[in-house]
Ligand binder design. Structure first.
Ligand code: CO
Length: 167
């Protein structure tokens, strides 16, 4: 049941791309945020999005218009923003993708830079890599002993490696 739904959301997204409606990274960020909010309260507003995304309302309006053109949201000026059926499908995929990357980084031991790195990786990761990262996360979840061994291994090496950008 769960697997089927994931497949459908990924496919919905691929179909959107095929129709040449591909979203920019910031459109994806907005749609993901609209989805997060709408899951809880059913709708959102420009002011709430501006607040949550830490941007000016005028920037929000621009992107919201674009999402509306793609028929991913319903929006009337100064009114409420709601997801269309397709918007929900893609929004739920974007949130899922975010969560998979976040969990992966957590599994390999990333803490402070996790949110920032997730925000960078999520937009460019291929469906194939995402699927395999998901399998890896599931594997780690069902093999706690391996995670524990990895954490010990990591802790031992942590002070030995000195990675800096060589310029
Ligand atoms: Co995100």
């Amino acid at each position: 049941m769960k697997k089927q739904r994931e497949f459908r959301t990924v496919r919905g997204y691929q179909m959107l791309n095929m129709e040449n409606k591909s979203l920019t990274s910031s459109m994806e960020d907005y749609l993901e945020m609209i989805y997060r909010i709408c899951v809880r309260q059913g709708y959102t507003r420009i002011s709430q999005l501006a607040d949550k995304l830490n941007v000016r309302p005028s920037s929000v309006t621009k992107i919201v218009q674009k999402l509306r053109k793609l028929e991913l949201i319903d929006y009337e000026k100064y009114g409420t923003i709601r997801l269309t059926k397709e918007g929900k499908l893609i929004g739920s995929f974007l949130l899922k993708r975010h969560e998979i990357i976040d969990k992966f980084l957590k599994n390999i031991g990333v803490e402070e830079t996790r949110l920032k790195d997730t925000e960078m990786i999520e937009h460019d990761v291929s469906i194939n890599t995402l699927k395999n990262i998901h399998f890896f996360n599931e594997f780690i979840s069902s093999n706690k002993d391996i995670k524990e061994r990895y954490d010990i291994f990591r802790a031992e090496f942590d002070n030995e490696i000195d990675l800096i950008y060589p310029i």
